[in-house]
Design a protein around this ligand. Structure first.
Ligand code: SF4
Ligand code: SF4
Length: 414
């Protein structure tokens, strides 16, 4: 029987699209240098243009089949049934991905076969990732490549060597798929840049022999139901977009939203709000592109985490220092209302928010090739409102932001 090795590359739409696409074609071109046949294609969930949506590219490699045979076996499919290696370019996707638009959340390791490997770009320990990952009835492997979720999407190319490093890591996992020598030769010929070759070799050394075996039964029972996709004969004629009945009331989840459009799996970070610092200026409520803020009876703005896509806009526009801070999605267990937590236990909520925020503030510099940067956050005592400092002029610590001078503006609730 012919051998086909299947690699899936799981990435976030827009942000990582080019990175994933390049990796798919790199694998094929490197495998072909080793005398193998390769084929790459891609698919997406919902629109590939949407920020943060979990999407996939694939690479198929065979030492036996010719090109037409391989394409006949692996082409024209929207998803694969099994993956020998699954590459995850953003570790927050371990909480689950939606491979069929918004029809159900599936485990990140769903396609990994017995003895297969999931390679995650992450700075976390295997145990921190496995607490989100579905258990399997067989053993498999987890490999971690140290790094951050690299932005190399449609609009930007964060040339931070993640591409080269993933290729080196793949060579460490399965040298028969692509060998490190073939990776180095490919990168040298293609780029004439020894730095890229060295990055691949360093990743190879980092991952080789360090896969974490995951035993059968290790992981979690998957909490989400298996999605049932509509059959072709259930589609209605034309395009039908179900309207959402209009409704608004003050309080958490008070405004009507489309139940089919909970997009939290697109999120790498979520906003943590220090309600005690809020001046009720309304800027977050006005500016959130997904209308995730619900006005509350006390004039504050609750975040609906089921709908928040983690774009960071609210943190950019909030004029108060440390009032809204974007925090890594893997720090959170659920999507419950933060305002209800605050009202129930003010001191407890502030302590919780500070613990989640920690000291590190992610900053995305606008210079390619530099990756992410971190700055130190500040613990602000309860109720101590100060105008947000924008240390680099027009940029906030979250990205491009608004420079707001003292005094801190207040909204109608004050
Ligand atoms: S990060 Fe803020 S602005 Fe963006 S979707 Fe979430 S709540 Fe809205
Ligand atoms: S200060 Fe303004 S932008 Fe910040 S949380 Fe309060 S209402 Fe939103």
């Amino acid at each position: 029987m012919a051998t086909i090795k299947r690699v899936e590359i799981q990435y976030r739409g827009i942000f990582q699209k080019n990175l994933a696409k390049y990796l798919g074609s790199d694998i094929v071109l490197i495998a072909s240098r080793m005398g193998q046949t390769g084929f790459s294609n891609g698919r997406y969930s919902d629109s590939p243009e949407r920020n943060g949506i979990p999407c996939k590219y694939f690479a198929f490699v065979s030492p036996d089949l010719d090109e037409e045979e391989l394409e006949a076996e692996c082409g024209a499919k929207l998803d694969i049934d099994e993956a020998n290696i699954s590459v995850v370019l953003d570790d927050t996707m371990v909480k689950g991905v939606e491979p069929w638009g918004w029809h159900g959340i599936r485990p990140i390791n769903e396609k990994v076969v017995a003895g297969g490997t999931m390679l995650v770009v992450s700075r976390r320990q295997p145990e921190e990732l496995l607490k989100w990952v579905e258990r399997k009835p067989f053993s498999w492997n987890l490999a971690i490549l140290q790094g951050d979720a690299s932005f190399a999407g449609l609009w930007v190319n964060k040339d931070d060597l993640t591409r080269e490093r993933v290729l080196g890591a793949l060579a460490a996992i399965d040298p028969a798929l692509i060998s490190i020598e073939a990776v180095e030769g490919y990168l040298r010929d293609k780029t004439h840049d020894e730095r890229r070759v060295q990055a691949a070799r360093a990743a190879y050394d980092e991952v080789r022999g360090k896969q974490r075996p995951v035993a059968a039964g290790e992981g979690i029972r998957w909490p989400y139901p298996i999605p049932e996709l509509p059959k072709w004969n259930q589609f209605r004629e034309g395009i039908v977009v179900q309207a959402v009945p209009r409704h608004f009331e003050i309080g958490p989840n008070g405004q009507s939203r489309n139940e089919q459009f909970k997009r939290f799996t697109t999120r790498t970070q979520r906003p943590v709000v220090r309600f005690d610092l809020c001046t009720k200026c309304q800027l977050c409520w006005y500016d959130c592109p997904d209308e995730c803020f619900d006005p509350t009876p006390d004039g504050l703005y609750d975040v609906n985490y089921e709908y928040c896509v983690g774009c960071g806009r609210c943190a950019e526009v909030c004029p108060v220092e440390e009032c809204i801070v974007m925090v890594d999605e893997l720090e959170f267990e659920d999507n419950k209302s933060p305002w209800e937590h605050y009202k129930r236990d003010k001191a407890g909520y502030i302590a919780w928010a500070e613990q989640k925020k920690g000291n590190r503030r992610v900053w995305y510099p606008f210079v390619t090739g530099t990756g992410m940067e971190y700055r130190e956050g500040r613990h602000v005592p309860e109720g101590e409102r100060k105008a947000a400092h924008r240390p680099d002029g027009a940029r906030s610590v979250q990205g491009q932001g608004v420079v707001v001078e003292d005094p801190v503006p207040t909204g109608p609730g004050d």
